[in-house]
Design a protein around this ligand. Structure first.
Ligand code: IPE
Ligand code: IPE
Ligand code: MG
Length: 246
């Protein structure tokens, strides 16, 4: 079955490392925040394109644990932008039956932004959903794994868990992404070819797609190009081509 856009096989879960906002602004001699603002438009457009294509889970890396080291005015500008964005796009999320979800240390966000984020999340949950939009905020994969390990160790210590019960499923259940399927496709924009501490455990068998396009220029066409690339790949999961035909 192909989608309206002519895509043969749509990934169930797409995750994106949205990169290049700063360079997009710099090229125009603008402030970095203008790049982030234009990047927010791409978030809106790509979310809609994903919904139309039938993607069930879209996860966007919006702020890493390392991004706290940026200049304070950029950091606060990003949180303000997120608050405004959620306010502006709430109705659209509800109309399109998109549930908002978060991974990362939400407790580190400024209180005002966090409250707004959780309010919109709750409303979208109550509304019902066909797609889940997950924003990774103050997220770092190593931090997530350390946190999971600590929780599991506490459970063993208190006697509620036996070490023999620790397996891959149990580890997945202790990550921020518990309840979300592993990503099928991970896109990174802006020409950087690295993962920058994103979904290290969850991406074990993800397909990667790297593009030179800067995030503010990454719109519907660019997203569909990535989906087409994915549709043309063979995922073997360790098997041979012959086995896949059976
Ligand atoms: C991605 O764009 C957005 C965030 C990491 C918040 P950048 O801000 O990293 O843009 P570049 O990499 O400096 O161009
Ligand atoms: C990765 O982008 C983090 C997000 C997209 C939120 P960065 O721009 O922070 O990544 P590095 O530091 O260049 O690897
Ligand atoms: Mg960057």
């Amino acid at each position: 079955m192909t989608t309206q856009q002519g895509i043969a096989r749509v990934p169930r879960h797409v995750a994106i490392i949205m990169d290049g906002n700063g360079r997009w602004a710099k090229k125009r001699m603008w402030n970095r925040l203008r790049g982030h603002r234009e990047g927010a438009e791409s978030v809106d457009i790509v979310t809609e394109a994903a919904r139309m294509a039938g993607v069930e889970y879209l996860t966007l890396y919006a702020f890493s644990t390392e991004n706290w080291n940026r200049p304070a005015d950029e950091v606060s500008g990003l949180w303000d932008l997120l608050g405004d964005f959620l306010e502006k796009k709430k109705a659209k999320l509800l109309n399109n039956r998109i549930r908002l979800h978060f991974i990362g240390h939400m407790e580190h966000l400024p209180e005002k932004t966090r409250e707004k984020a959780f309010r919109v999340k709750r409303e979208t949950e109550e509304n019902g959903w066909d797609m889940t939009l997950t924003l990774a905020l103050s997220y770092g994969s190593r931090d997530e794994l350390a946190y999971a390990l600590r929780t599991v160790a506490e459970k063993v210590k208190s006697g509620s868990l036996r070490t023999e019960e620790i397996n891959e499923t149990l580890i997945s259940e202790h990550l921020f992404t518990a309840g979300l399927p592993d990503p099928d496709l991970i896109i990174r924009t802006s020409g950087e070819v690295r993962v920058s501490n994103f979904l290290l455990w969850q991406s074990a068998y993800a397909e990667y797609y790297f593009t030179e396009v800067l995030w503010p220029d990454f719109r519907e066409k660019e997203f569909l190009d990535a989906l087409r690339s994915y549709a043309g790949r063979t995922r073997r999961f360790g098997k041979t081509d012959e086995q896949l035909k059976d």
